[in-house]
Design a protein around this ligand. Structure first.
Ligand SMILES: [Zn+2]
Length: 432
């Protein structure tokens, strides 16, 4: 247990004694509203003051007959009879996407977007039993867990002073970044052909970073979206620094000497070559893990299955567009890596604040994924089918710096790297 772990442990915070009457979200219109109606005294809502920096999970014993969920910026219990209040559209909430659809398990999650928010859960005339769990995430404390800094990096713009070139084909990327590493550290790094892509022309490679005396296995994937170049480049840069580590950072040294990494540097190899989100046949691999329409997906699953009983965590690396969240991670709040994922996300949040990239009222940008992730995604498939904890790490490619710049590579390398290091240090599953 770390010094601040208690700040990230889930707790049950509210139960059904919080029901109150007469507060009542109206039907969804252009602007969601809710009103106080004393006359509607048989209609029940729960009004929940939210701690910013936490994720809330609401679970009902049985599906309520009527159900609407709204959020507001002041306490709706203070409204006078007949008064109304606007509610930010919940479709803006990263968690409750579209309609508040309760699945068979009668649960949903909510992340407060701003300080001082209240959640209103309207249940109609019933008072179904429920429980609310609070998962603290981003509390403004540094967890002091051996944060790793990669220092300044080269750009991905091509040219003499660059680290890499975003215009490289997949083969060029492999031959310029991964193959020199393998040549330099043959006792540590090996590779395996895992199949052709859909065109039948591009070879897909997996790389293994295997210390002689490893005690756990992590599964790392990049480039499921082929155009997310700085993302899979950041993963490649991190692995270079890992291969070369000199013992000066304890977490890196542990990773280098005790953890086997099974890595698919790029999953959408045709997409990486053609700067395309989808494969040559138009398949978005990110949604193909249930149907397996693309052979690329099958190749990745085949590799995963060789190690499925050993893998402590599967980590999938993406890039987000500039307008997307400053910090964007998905994992299952219930999975074994939940605590470490929240802790590292808090570090990242603190780092973004130090850089001045997020300011003012702290915003919760962490997106821990749906509790039961859809198996069409890699992370849902590996978690639901095999019980392996997963995380998707998204690096913002150009919100504060130029696309493919040195800062972009540095940010991807550092944030991905710390997630990998801390996941390893959490020792979610030991194999030897
Ligand atoms: Zn992506």
């Amino acid at each position: 247990m770390g010094k601040f772990d208690h700040l990230f442990q889930e707790k049950n915070v509210y139960t059904s004694d919080l029901y109150c009457k007469g507060i009542y979200p109206a039907a969804k219109t252009d602007t969601d509203t809710f009103v106080k109606k004393e006359g509607e005294s048989e209609k029940y809502s729960v009004v929940l003051p939210l701690n910013h920096g936490s994720i809330y999970r609401v679970r009902f014993e049985t599906n309520p007959a009527a159900l609407r969920v709204a959020a507001c910026l002041s306490d709706p219990r203070a409204l006078k009879d007949g008064e109304g209040m606007a509610s930010p559209a919940l479709s803006d909430c990263p968690f409750i996407e579209g309609e508040v659809a309760f699945d068979a398990d009668c649960e949903f999650m909510y992340v407060p977007q701003v300080l001082g928010e209240y959640l209103v859960i309207y249940t109609g005339t019933e008072k179904p039993d429920f429980i609310i769990e609070e998962y603290p995430v981003s509390l403004g404390y540094d967890v002091e867990d051996d944060w790793w800094d990669c220092g300044k990096q080269g750009s991905n713009m091509g040219g003499e002073d660059s680290w890499g070139d975003w215009q490289w084909t997949y083969d060029e990327f492999i031959n310029n970044i991964y193959e020199p590493m393998r040549a330099k550290y043959p006792d540590y790094i090996t590779r395996q052909w895992i199949g052709k892509d859909e065109t039948g022309e591009i070879d897909m490679w997996a790389y293994f970073y295997e210390p002689a005396d490893y005690e756990q296995v992590l599964f790392l994937t990049g480039g499921i979206h082929g155009e997310e170049v700085d993302g899979y480049s950041g993963l490649g840069r991190f692995l270079q620094l890992l291969a070369e580590e000199d013992g000066s950072h304890a977490g890196m040294h542990y990773l280098r000497t005790k953890v086997k990494l099974v890595v698919v540097p790029v999953c959408n190899v045709w997409g990486a070559t053609h700067n395309s989100r989808v494969t040559s046949k138009g398949v978005n691999l990110n949604g193909d893990f249930k149907n397996h329409d693309a052979v690329e997906t099958i190749n990745v699953i085949w590799l995963f299955e060789q190690y499925k009983d050993q893998i402590a965590c599967s980590m999938d690396f993406h890039t987000a567009i500039p307008k997307a969240a400053a910090m964007y991670y998905q994992f299952s709040i219930e999975a074994a890596n939940s605590l470490v994922a929240r802790k590292v996300s808090n570090h990242v949040f603190e780092d973004l604040k130090k850089k001045g990239w997020v300011e003012g009222i702290p915003q919760m940008w962490l997106i821990p994924g749906k509790l039961k992730k859809d198996s069409k995604y890699l992370q849902g498939y590996f978690y639901n089918k095999y019980g392996v904890p997963t995380i998707v790490c998204e690096h913002n490619q150009s919100r504060w710096y130029e696309h493919h710049s040195a800062e972009s590579i540095e940010t991807a390398t550092k944030y991905y790297g710390n997630h990998i290091i801390q996941t390893a240090l959490a020792k979610l599953k030991l194999v030897k």
